[in-house]
Design a protein around this ligand. Structure first.
Ligand code: PLP
Length: 420
């Protein structure tokens, strides 16, 4: 591998792309990344992604490929699959989905028929676009019915889930979320699914790394049929997706990914997934997963102490959903922009039954996986809470923003980003 030389070629031959790459390295280093779905990956992952596996076509599965020259691709994909099974304690793994959206599509299309009913979390209550948003193709192909959270405490309303499931008789019950700060009561979902004869699926895209690190519940311990997860969020790997399932669903899932939905897998990403799943078995990663949650709790407590309104009143995972309208009288877009101005990156977020539109929603979402990867700990979270509140209380104060941005950036210099 000639990583350094390869960079030199890029610099010489495409200065525009090289300059953007350097700019992005600088941006990632100088600010605090609080988007809950982002992370800084391992240097070994960057090496695998930028490797000769990019050159290789390997349609099919290990031992059954449509092209020659598969000695090392088979080795890599078998490693990735075996490690996935070990990490998530399951019978089968498909590591070929090109990303999270394709991974969920492959599950729906492989296990169900168009028009079948899928029960999933309502979007404004925390569900993901791929859980049947009307603008998504899956939302048009399948009949999604939605469950919501309880307005009293913000957690999933399991009694209503049961009532709605009995009424709509879904073929699949899907749990998992993109904006919900609590763990899931898998037993309750499983009992309801058994009552109506539905397949159980968890989309663990956000918290797959926390399950891998033993810091959150594993749906397979409760008899779930399918778990999907992206590999680039809390798991800290390359951009990609995995489908984990029981042996009896293995062949349907594999056929659905290829040839059903995709062509050649991205072997460079699969090599990087293999690397990630070895890392995920280390004691260091277990500690990382625990620390992500400790940091999130500390940040939540510090924000609550300063009168911020958190959806559900706190967090059990890596994520906080903040109601900026009721806390500061500003919408999520203005909050995101004000924090951007001080090099703290978050994202605007709709909150349950949000009266405002998605591009001007009532809240923001923040998460600790990336900051924790850089080595930030509880005391740093207290500092962060102060910056966030001071910034959002005075979103127009440009002089303060300039000062705060300097403070944030010099703080960040103490925490190097892996791989840069
Ligand atoms: C991020 C995410 C996805 C989609 O992943 P992409 O890689 O962006 O396609 C799917 N489901 C959930 C719950 C997610 O958070």
């Amino acid at each position: 591998m000639k990583t350094i030389e390869n960079r030199k070629f890029l610099k010489q031959n495409d200065p525009a792309v090289y300059a953007a790459l350097k700019g992005e390295e600088q941006r990632q280093q100088s600010g605090i990344e609080l988007i809950p779905s982002e992370n800084y990956t391992f240097p070994e992952v960057l090496a695998s992604l930028g490797s000769v596996f990019t050159n290789k076509y390997s349609e099919g599965y290990p031992g059954r490929r449509y092209y020659g020259g598969q000695t090392f691709t088979d080795e890599i994909e078998n490693l990735a699959r075996d490690r996935a099974k070990t990490v998530f304690n399951c019978e089968h793994a498909n590591v070929q989905p090109l990303s999270g959206s394709a991974m969920n599509q492959a599950v729906y299309l492989g296990l169900l028929e168009p028009g079948d009913t899928i029960m999933a979390m309502d979007l404004s209550h925390g569900g993901h676009l791929t859980h049947g948003a009307p603008v998504s193709h899956m939302g048009k192909l399948f009949n999604f019915v939605r469950y919501v959270t309880n307005p009293l405490d913000g957690s999933i309303d399991y009694d209503r889930v049961r009532q709605d499931a009995l009424a709509s008789k879904p073929k699949m019950i899907l749990c998992g979320y993109t904006s919900y700060p609590r763990d899931i009561e898998y037993e309750r979902f499983k009992t309801i699914a058994d009552e109506v004869g539905a397949v159980t699926m968890t989309d663990a895209s956000h918290f797959g790394g926390l399950v891998a690190g033993g810091a959150m519940n594993n749906p397979f311990d409760f008899g779930f049929d399918v778990v999907t997860t992206t590999t680039h969020k809390s798991l800290r790997g390359p951009r990609g997706g995995m489908i984990l399932c029981s042996r009896k669903l293995a062949s349907k899932i594999d056929k659905s990914v290829f040839p059903g939905l995709q062509g050649g897998p991205h072997m460079n990403a699969i090599a990087a997934i293999a690397v990630t799943l070895l890392k995920a078995q280390s004691e260091e990663f277990r500690q990382y997963a625990q620390q992500v949650i400790k940091n999130a709790r500390t940040l939540a407590d510090a924000l609550i102490k300063r009168q911020m309104t958190l959806i559900t009143g706190g967090t059990d995972n890596h994520m906080l959903v903040l109601d900026t309208v009721s806390s500061f009288g500003i919408d999520g877009r203005r909050a995101e922009e004000a924090l951007d101005a001080v090099s703290i990156t978050t994202n605007k977020q709709i909150i349950p039954d949000d009266p405002n539109p998605p591009l001007r929603p009532s809240g923001i979402r923040i998460g600790t996986p990336a900051a924790t990867t850089r080595g930030m700990r509880e005391a740093d979270m207290e500092q962060l809470a102060d910056w966030i509140v001071d910034c959002l209380q005075n979103p127009e104060d440009e002089a303060m923003q300039v000062r705060m941005r300097d403070d944030v950036e010099s703080f960040c210099r103490k925490f190097p980003v892996p791989g840069i």
